[in-house]
Design a protein around this ligand. Sequence first.
Ligand code: SAM
Length: 231
Amino acid sequence: RFFIEHPSATEEVTFDEAESQHLAKVMRANVGDMVVGFDGKGTEFQIELTSVGKKKVVGTVRSQEEVSREASRRLTLAVALPKGDRQRWLVEKCVELGVARLVPLLTKRGVAQPVEKAIDRLRRAVIEASKQCERNHLMQVGQGQSLEEVLASRPAASFLLHPSGEAIHHDAIVPASEVLAIIGPEGGFTDEEVAEAAQHGCQVVSLGPRILRVETAALAMATLATAVPGP
Ligand code: SAM
């Protein structure tokens, strides 16, 4: 499976440099091979390769169809991102679980401030994970947002995850077609941040009596929200 960022109006497809290198060097593709392409917006293409260069691979679309492998509801995770490899791992697993949107959350005790370069790297990780798990819609990775900004556009079913919140109940998730979950940094949310979310109508919920790492809390919530059948 290969990502095609801008499928042309014609049947000819040119893969970008990263995808061309993957095809030519790693997969050792040849002219005449059939590969699957996806545009990240839901369309899957059957493509016959017509030219294979180390940095530029070209093919012809033989057929295409809309194929959705999205989750049962739209889940946005606003997460105070952990550092380094843990960040990339979190993104990969969120893509696999069908999270629709990941927003790097800027908090008082956050450690990793998202910068433009890091977000670009995470977007590349989204493509790699989508190739592997056969997802056809790219998970969005937003710009860093403050808690206030995240709360300003929250859906009705919004949860702030906190070890001392009320136990989460799946009845709160079942009727919702859209869910927001907010996950704090390793140092936790401040009392003011918890109060702010509650004032804006977020449910402050717990996932159990153990302290989970940021990515464990995010993925546990993603599992709950994407596995419970949609409305
Ligand atoms: N000492 C911090 C505290 O009390 O909040 C621990 C922070 S925890 C390592 C990082 C984030 O994961 C928390 O801010 C929270 O959003 C989420 N989290 C961790 N354990 C949780 C639990 N049992 N229930 C709900 N959320 C949890």
